[in-house]
Design a protein around this ligand. Structure first.
Ligand code: SAH
Length: 433
């Protein structure tokens, strides 16, 4: 989703942007699982488990415990600057950082929207590939939407990234690095707000003036794999990233698994494998159609794993993890938004039980040159009501902010809708930063 698309009217901090390297457009329906071979990014401590980190440090002739110190700098202080690592001997800092904290994500530009509540970042990787991530703040949550691949091989015809084809898989550290960068951004901006307003975060001004803009938590509370790429097609790196995100410090970021959302086109073996990991992340299935004929076109992976197989896998995921699954459904005018399709979806979901799933319709965000457009609001409403009549919890909301455009708005809208749903349903998100 997304791509380094035209940011349109949004404000950019840097306009001298090199264009995305050209990729081959896939033929309609073609699926790509293997990325074209490219060099590997340098190994980073976020790629390694604690034992491997110690081994790498020992190889440099340093005591093993330096690995934990270095990990703390990265995962707790979000820094890779040797000057800040005053607990490490000066002589070995540079060497440790060069070996274990190579810089993997170079910021190319950042784009703000929603009055600064949303920041999209475009990153250049070591080989020139570009990926993006988006940070979204709300009073009680700070969410980052991350990419797992440069491009995507799943070729969904309504998705900007799908049309670019797959450039390559990201490494675990390239994925985790987007979350650490988001933490850094949140911390920096939280400081600014506190300094300028002299007020507690999110507090109301006590002089009767308008409330102070709530800036939200100073670090990431939620991560969604809804940026570029199909993470389950890059399984090893993706599960490595999930481990780093949930492992307590100094091994990782210590986040709660249920605040991580894995979104997938429906790679059934990947869903089952994830269900067996014992890390109950939230699963989102991008269904977009309840029947095979249409879904074969909208989500080409459906030619491998059919609607019923994908929904069955989602249900098994719920049984294995206890996590309620989210069904993503981009409403496309006169294509997948008919009331009978809502009925069919409602029937297919409730046939597998109740209380295990909710549906998250979102209006299609048309990509440039797309033959499709978003459903009309009345049609959208009817779709929602039909699903609810089947007893399926369903929430649709407008996409976020009007000053955000193109792929960025698309990304932000999807993610905020999804999280509103998770947050409302569970009421669990407060105080779990
Ligand atoms: N590969 C993963 C992540 C993709 S992006 C997946 O397919 O789930 C996250 C969501 O955005 C997916 O549900 C995807 O289908 C949806 N999406 C992509 N392009 C969109 C568009 N133009 N309008 C609305 N939703 C879109």
């Amino acid at each position: 989703l997304g791509g380094a698309a035209d940011p349109g009217a949004v404000r950019m901090s840097d306009t001298s942007v090199p264009l995305d390297p050209p990729t081959r457009r896939p033929k309609p329906g073609a699926l790509t699982f293997d990325a074209p071979r490219r060099g590997k990014p340098p190994t980073h401590l976020a790629d390694l488990d604690p034992a491997a980190r110690r081994a790498a440090v020992t190889e440099l002739g340093l005591p093993g415990f330096r690995a934990a110190q270095l990990s703390r700098h990265f995962f707790e202080h979000h820094t890779d600057d040797p000057a800040e690592m005053t607990d490490l001997p000066k002589a070995s800092r540079e060497e440790l950082v060069a070996r274990l904290l190579p810089s993997l994500l170079t910021p190319i530009r950042s784009i703000e929207a929603d009055g600064g509540a949303t920041t999209k970042s475009v990153w250049r990787l070591f080989d020139g590939a570009l990926v993006e991530s988006v940070v979204m703040r709300s009073p009680r949550r700070a969410t980052v939407c991350i990419s797992s691949q440069a491009g995507c091989g799943m070729n969904c015809p309504f998705c900007a990234t799908g049309q670019e084809g797959l450039t390559r898989n990201l490494s675990t550290a390239e994925i985790v690095g987007q979350v650490v960068a988001a933490n850094r951004l949140l911390r920096e901006t939280a400081d600014v707000v506190v300094d300028t307003d002299g007020a507690a975060l999110g507090a109301e001004a006590d002089d009767g003036a308008a409330p102070v803009d709530p800036v939200g938590p100073p670090r990431v509370t939620n991560v969604v794999f809804m940026g570029m790429g199909e993470a389950l097609a890059n399984y090893r790196a993706a599960i490595g990233a999930i481990r780093r995100l949930v492992d307590p410090a100094p091994d990782g970021l210590g986040m709660s698994a249920r605040h991580l959302t894995m979104s997938t086109v429906g790679l059934v073996p990947g869903i089952d494998r994830l269900a067996g990991e014992g890390i109950p992340v939230t699963l989102a299935l991008s269904l977009h159609a309840p029947g095979d004929e249409l879904r074969d076109e909208l989500v080409p992976i459906n030619t491998r794993w059919k609607v019923d197989e994908a929904i069955d896998a989602a249900r098994r995921y719920f049984e294995a993890t206890g996590r309620r699954v989210s069904i993503e459904y981009a409403l496309i005018k006169d294509v997948n938004d008919q009331a009978w399709r809502a009925d069919l979806l409602g029937e297919k979901l409730t046939a597998r039980g109740r209380g295990w799933v909710h549906v998250n319709p979102i209006p299609l965000n048309p990509t440039p040159g797309s033959r499709w457009t978003a459903s009309r609001p009345g049609v959208e409403q009817q779709f929602v009501e039909r699903l609810r009549a089947h007893g399926v919890p369903t929430t649709v909301r407008d996409t976020r902010g009007s000053d955000i455009d193109g792929a960025c708005g698309q990304l932000a809208g999807i993610v905020s809708d999804h999280l509103e749903q998770v947050g409302t349903d569970e009421g669990l998100l407060d105080g779990e930063i």
